[in-house]
Design a protein around this ligand. Structure first.
Ligand code: T1G
Length: 712
């Protein structure tokens, strides 16, 4: 068993170095090792005080999140947190000064351990925080009781309901830290211990009194926070639970408040919301692990980039590179098109300045990194090119052939195609090893997802380079296989198919959108399509039809094509599935014309219209996603179900607290999902064939994530 806490004495100060790589996460063994080390320091006559410090890049980044899945009952949760509370009380009751010395991050249980120490010192670059709500839980080791005593209720509420870490200087100002040093944390901590030991000063955070005035102000802040959460945190309970716990700190003695915290924490740990968010925490970290691409695969350095096509996507991609500090050429066929692209970019940045998210200086610096051009001059010195021209195979192939002639052999050639065959583009380039899909989501400078499409001949280096580049661009890169629509749009086609058919069967645009929004999506299918543009989808469908293909099996609703024919492309034309106050406007109203068009389309398909329940809308759409997701998995176009979940959470706003379409299907129960697919097949047709993987997992009594599933 490696030593989890090293014990060394310097200048009569015991240095307790926590050593549990990579982030010193608190496992039960580490909790105990800290407990034992502090007890040893207290008993050590050669020691006047102790410093608790982290080995490696960080202090303690919190409890080991994997532990929570081992807690199966409320009793187990309460027992675990009671043990932690008692342990922290022992730290706090140490009879010699105990200083927490923080570098990197002190998060969750890490900050709670630090707050149970008598004093806290940090390097200026450190961060401290209580991010537990991002995992659907609350601070469960006294954080909701000690933090308000140090920082006041308002700061504690903000830190614990938002989950964002604060910088060391801000934490010092808030009273969480006692000292911040530029460097040499160890020396600063030892000096602090000796100073306190010389005066025999011990300060237990639990003893810090909250005055009646502070309590009254704090309770008012709790009410204000609850009201604000009412609209902001749809579906997630944890932020409300953390307000309840902080309220207990303001109204109850420390131990009673701690007991209240333990109760609230136990409920959160066992909640489906938290299981979903914990699942996503690890799924997001798993996506960058590609089984056949070792960690040490060489990665190309990206110093300069180029984007071909300055339309909505091309402009957003150029901004993404510029925002990451990478100079980028932006090429268009002519000055007029180039000017339109640059105008889009300028408008976006100016709106960021107007919203105070960017300074005019930063705008000037960032936009200067984008060089508009109508030629390939300079392409011979870039490390990556992203092709973002019109979604037409012939045009893209011609572009890739040209690019191979104007770029260096080792330059990465990426396509932003959202549906087309990357193998064909690779062939057209003559350099297939360097060709890969980089599928951005609209608006490209905002959406965090980057679907990295690995074609047949794409080299491992190209994939590894793309994953590293995604992180640098602030994106979550997910590697998928090269099938039609890849993973994101392939599954989306089934999501939209059901939305269109539900409309024909009697649902309405606002009803279907509302059902998905109440389920947790930020916007429904029709609102989303009005933002992205009905024309984009229709042109792809028409292109496919010319190849004798369809986006999704089953009946193709004619309603979207009728809107296209009417020039109703969505927000940009002032009308789509909704009517808008003006072209480009956001204020929308339902349009009865849509119901007329849907009624006629239904009649042509021989469909009898009738009332549709919101629950049926959600069931049809989430079941279609799960069934097609199962096909994507069994065909090997996605490596793991978690990759699909990350794609849908980051690409389409699938509610995080439901874990993504595959995790959600497991919470519903695959036997239920399969039963629905079979029912729909009976009712609607053979296109609702269950995915073999779905049938197999149900037969084996397992879920997409391997855990046992009860039968329907
Ligand atoms: N538990 C288990 N594993 C963890 C972990 C944790 N808390 N934090 C990180 N890891 C793993 C991660 O999966 C990855 O593994 C590796 O460490 C590096 O992480 C009692 C209830 C600290 C800012 O929420 O935010 O305390 O993929 O890739 O980008 O009240 O990790 O290499 O196998 O993210 O440098 C609260 C979670 C817990 C912080 C570093 N704490 N961690 O970011 O590296 S709940 C958190 C982070 C709690 C108490 C409550 C980040 C980081 P692998 P990484 P990074």
């Amino acid at each position: 068993m490696p030593t989890l806490v090293h014990y060394d004495v310097t200048d009569r100060v015991a240095l307790l170095t926590v050593d549990n790589p990579p982030v010193n996460a608190l496992t039960p063994a580490l909790w105990n090792a800290i407990d034992e080390a502090v007890a040893r320091g207290v008993a050590d006559e050669a020691v006047d005080g102790m410093v608790l410090i982290g080995a490696g890049s960080t202090f303690i980044a919190g409890a080991d999140i994997k532990i929570f899945d081992t807690l199966r009952s409320r009793e187990q949760c309460l027992e675990r947190s009671a043990a932690n509370h008692a342990l922290l009380a022992r730290l706090e009751n140490a009879t010699k000064p105990l200083v927490a010395a923080i570098h990197g991050n002190a998060l969750g249980g890490g900050l709670e351990v630090a707050m149970a120490c008598h004093f806290r010192i940090a390097v200026v670059s450190a961060h401290v925080g209580q991010p537990e709500v991002l995992l659907g839980i609350i601070p469960g080791a006294g954080g909701t009781q000690r933090l308000p005593r140090l920082s006041g209720a308002a700061v504690a509420l903000e830190m614990c309901t938002g989950g964002k870490p604060v910088s060391a200087p801000d934490a010092l100002r808030a009273g969480i830290l006692d000292q911040v040093v530029d460097d040499d944390l160890r020396a600063g901590a030892i000096a602090l211990v000796n100073t306190r030991a010389a005066t025999g000063q011990i300060r237990r955070t639990r003893d810090i009194a909250i005055t009646p005035t502070e309590a009254a102000a704090g309770l008012a802040a709790c009410e204000k926070t609850r009201a604000a959460l009412g609209t902001a945190s749809r579906g997630s309970r944890a932020p409300f639970a953390v307000v309840d716990a902080i309220e207990a700190a303001l109204t109850l003695p420390f131990d009673a408040g701690s007991a209240r915290e333990r109760e609230l924490s136990a409920d959160c740990i066992l909640s489906t919301e938290s299981k979903a968010l914990r699942h996503l925490f690890f799924a997001e970290r798993e996506v960058s692990k590609i089984p056949d691409i070792p960690k040490d695969t060489p990665v190309a350095e990206i110093r300069r980039a180029a984007v071909v096509g300055a339309g909505t996507m091309g402009a957003g991609i150029a901004m993404t590179y510029a925002n990451a500090g990478i100079p980028v050429l932006l090429k268009e066929v002519d000055e007029a098109a180039l000017e339109r692209g640059m105008a889009t970019i300028r408008r976006n940045y100016e709106s960021s300045v107007a919203k105070g998210r960017m300074t005019p200086d930063a705008l000037a610096r960032t936009i200067a990194r984008i060089t508009p051009t109508t030629s390939y001059d300079g392409f011979d010195s870039v490390d990556v090119v992203v092709e973002a021209v019109f979604e037409n195979m012939d045009l893209k192939k011609a572009t890739f052939a040209e690019l191979a002639g104007v770029t260096r052999a080792e330059c990465l050639l990426a396509s932003n195609s959202s549906t087309l065959d990357i193998d064909e583009l690779a062939t057209a380039s003559g350099r297939p090893a360097q060709v890969i899909g980089h599928h951005y989501f609209s608006p490209a400078n905002v959406m965090k997802l980057l679907e990295i499409v690995r074609a047949r001949a794409t080299s491992k280096e190209a994939v590894a380079t793309s994953l590293t580049l995604a992180k640098r661009l602030g994106k979550v890169g997910v590697v998928v296989g090269n099938c039609f629509g890849f993973v994101a749009n392939r599954m989306l086609a089934y999501y939209m198919r059901e939305a269109y058919l539900l409309l024909e069967e009697g649902g309405t645009v606002p009803q279907i959108d509302r059902a998905l929004v109440e389920f947790g999506f930020p916007v429904g299918p029709f609102g989303m399509q009005d933002i992205a543009g009905i024309d984009v989808g229709t042109r792809i469908r028409q292109y496919l039809a010319s190849l004798g293909k369809t986006r999704a099996e089953g009946p193709q609703s004619e309603v979207p094509d009728e809107l296209f024919a009417l020039g109703r492309y969505g927000q940009k034309t002032g009308a789509g599935w909704y009517k808008y106050d003006a072209p480009g406007g956001r204020a929308r109203t339902p349009d009865p014309l849509i119901d007329e068009i849907a009624t006629r389309a239904a009649a042509r398909r021989g469909v009898t219209r009738g009332p549709i329940e919101d629950a049926d809308i959600v069931a049809r759409i989430t079941t279609a996603l799960a069934n097609e997701g199962a096909r994507v998995l069994e065909e090997g176009y996605a490596l793991r179900p978690g990759d699909i979940d990350v794609i849908y959470v980051y690409g389409f706003g699938f509610p995080r607290w439901r874990g993504g379409p595959m995790f959600y299907a497991d919470t519903v129960g695959l036997p239920v999902i399969l039963a629905r697919v079979r029912e729909y097949r009976e009712r609607f047709g053979d296109y609702w064939r269950p995915a073999p993987l779905l049938e197999r997992l149900v037969a084996e009594g397992r879920g997409f994530y391997g855990q046992a599933q009860r039968s329907a």
